[in-house]
Ligand binder design. Structure first.
Ligand code: HPA
Length: 245
């Protein structure tokens, strides 16, 4: 079974044939919402809205531990994260789809491991490649079959939020080698790795990052909504092709 964690602009999957909803309790508290089980084409899917179904949970308050634990309890084989980002690189303009291959984590104060007990031996996960390569290839192949252009490979900067960045912060992220910036990629990816669940992401560029392109002096939220509405249609098309295999 494939899990899809939907972010801003993707709080439900219109093409999902609903089977049931399940409220899962975890040792880490409540997930963002009930897990929605269903089918897309011939694939069993479980969908979770990262920010809650009413989009009320900000990035720094998402219970990433509970979300990942609940998906593991549901015995998912893989997780695809859909998340909106700001484009730092000049060619990553609003509407582009990106399958990132690296992460730099600038978040702080989030519960970022399942191994917090002091009586347990220290656990280090390998995170050289934070995204599962074969799941990435599956997404890229599906995008190709769907005729949706996607960028293969980008460095994702995970910022704390919920405020957007300053222009100087974006310049620093660029110097660090980041291509896109979002607020939810971590610790989600690391927690998935701790649980051994293959994880990859589809990023949707919602806006030029602060100080770039049309965001030179400010970021326009009305534009973001329009961009996400259109682009999420293309993401759904890609997801349908993944499920069609
Ligand atoms: N910065 C951080 N997160 C984001 C942005 C951004 O510009 N756009 C969408 N998510």
């Amino acid at each position: 079974m494939l899990a899809i964690i939907g972010g801003s602009g993707l709080t439900q999957l219109a093409t999902l044939d609903l089977i049931r909803r399940e409220v899962v309790r975890t040792p880490y508290g409540e997930p963002s919402g009930a897990l929605t089980f269903g089918r897309v084409c011939n694939t069993a899917i479980v969908f979770l809205a990262r920010h809650g179904y009413g989009h009320t949970i900000p990035p720094h308050r998402v219970n990433y531990q509970a979300n990942l634990w609940a998906l593991q309890q549901a015995r998912v084989d893989a997780i695809i994260s859909v998340a909106s980002v700001g484009g730092i690189r000049a060619d990553l303009c609003p509407g582009r789809l990106v399958v990132p291959d690296q992460i730099i984590d600038y978040t702080w104060g989030r519960k970022s491991t399942f191994h917090e007990n002091s009586d347990e031996p220290v656990v280090h996960i390998d995170f050289t490649e934070p995204y599962d390569q074969s799941l990435r290839q599956r997404i890229l192949a599906a995008a190709g079959a769907a005729g949706e252009p996607v960028l293969d490979g980008a460095v994702y900067a995970a910022t704390q939020g919920p405020r957007l960045e300053t222009a100087a912060e974006i310049k620093r992220l660029e110097r660090d080698g980041c291509d896109v910036v979002g607020m939810t990629g971590m610790p989600e990816a690391a927690l998935a790795r701790e649980l051994g669940i293959p994880y990859a992401a589809i990023n949707v560029v919602a806006n030029f990052a602060a100080g770039r392109g049309s965001s030179e002096t400010r970021i326009c939220f009305d534009e973001i909504e329009v961009v996400l509405k259109e682009a999420m249609g293309r993401v759904r098309n890609v997801l349908n092709h993944i499920c069609d295999k």
